[in-house]
Design a protein around this ligand. Structure first.
Ligand code: KPL
Length: 308
């Protein structure tokens, strides 16, 4: 199988390093030619819970060098999906499948619109990864990856992706309800990410302070209301307790949104709290806390140059 991972960020690098343990032909596609050459030369250095190890990997910025792939895995930030999909088009042949392991809601739709519904596989990963530099990644947390098709069908391709992940030591399973899974993860991100980005606190601190714990609960409660009205089946019996449990389990983590803010980069706010706000407004459900978080993070993004 020829597998291309699009995006050399934390998750893309960690996944490329793990998948290179398989016998498959693994490529990393990076839009930056100079960085691609450097990672190709140095390989990917992994440290953290799986030890310190290196993976040699094929890296390029030119899809024509890879030619057509069997599987393309998108690991870019959600606000880059559109651009990444159009760059990856030469990789996509009639039978190519495309897997998104990105945060937030909307990526499946963006990919399907351009490459066709049938080939798209959605996924959620709880793997913890922190980028330390180009080609350097910390494996920060163990966690399963769950994949599935929007139509709930369990196809041969889903099974072979699961086997592939399991073979290289990554827990993976298939779900018939990928929408429920994506929304369950969305609710976790809606409660944690923006609030950490605004307060610049680690995930665990959010539940230690009365003020942030209260805001987290309000944001999550609104998100649950929206999901319920949309008849989305969340995978947790008590989603609020789950979000607080994730804060505890990932207490030392710098959330992905806080990492973006610290690097003065755009954030995925539109694909997280932005989704709750848009859907809440459409359904007539009040979402004041998510609106407040959305507006504050948007202001932080827009004012990087002005901040003291
Ligand atoms: O997914 C995450 C993120 O940072 O994007 C959480 C679960 C909040 C862990 O940090």
């Amino acid at each position: 199988m020829k597998i291309v991972i699009v995006g050399p960020g934390a998750m893309g690098s960690l996944l490329a390093a793990f998948l290179s343990k398989s016998r498959e032909e693994i490529w990393l596609l990076d839009k930056n030619a100079e960085r691609a050459a450097r990672i190709q030369e140095s390989g990917i250095a992994v440290e953290g819970i799986s030890g310190s190890w290196e993976a040699k990997i094929r890296v390029t910025s030119d899809p024509a060098q890879i030619k057509q792939a069997d599987l393309v895995i998108f690991c870019v930030k959600s606000y880059h999906t559109k651009e990444a999909v159009s760059r990856a088009k030469p990789l996509v042949a009639e039978n190519t499948k495309v897997l998104t392991l990105q945060n937030g809601i909307g990526n499946i739709e963006i990919i399907a619109e351009s490459l066709g519904n049938e080939r798209v596989i959605g996924g959620v990963t709880n793997l913890g990864a922190t980028l330390l530099g180009p080609g350097k990644v910390r494996h920060a947390g163990k966690g399963e990856t769950v994949i599935g098709r929007a139509d709930g069908k369990i196809s041969v391709e889903l099974r072979s992706i699961r086997e592939l992940f399991n073979k290289v030591g990554l827990e993976a399973r298939i779900s018939r309800d990928i929408k429920g899974l994506l929304w369950s993860k969305l609710i976790i991100n809606a409660g944690i990410n923006a609030l950490t980005a605004i307060t610049r606190l680690n995930n665990g601190r959010l539940i230690e302070f009365e003020g942030t714990r209260k805001i987290l609960r309000e944001a999550v409660t609104e998100a649950i209301r929206v999901a319920k009205r949309k008849r989305i089946k969340l995978i947790y019996d008590d989603p609020l307790a789950k979000v607080e449990a994730v804060c505890e389990a990932t207490a030392g983590n710098v959330s992905s949104m806080l990492q973006d803010v610290l690097k003065k980069k755009p954030t995925e706010i539109d694909f997280i709290n932005g989704v709750i706000v848009r859907q809440g407004q459409e359904l007539g459900i009040p979402v004041p806390t998510n609106t407040f978080l959305l507006n504050l993070v948007k202001t932080i993004e827009a004012s990087y140059k002005l901040a003291l």
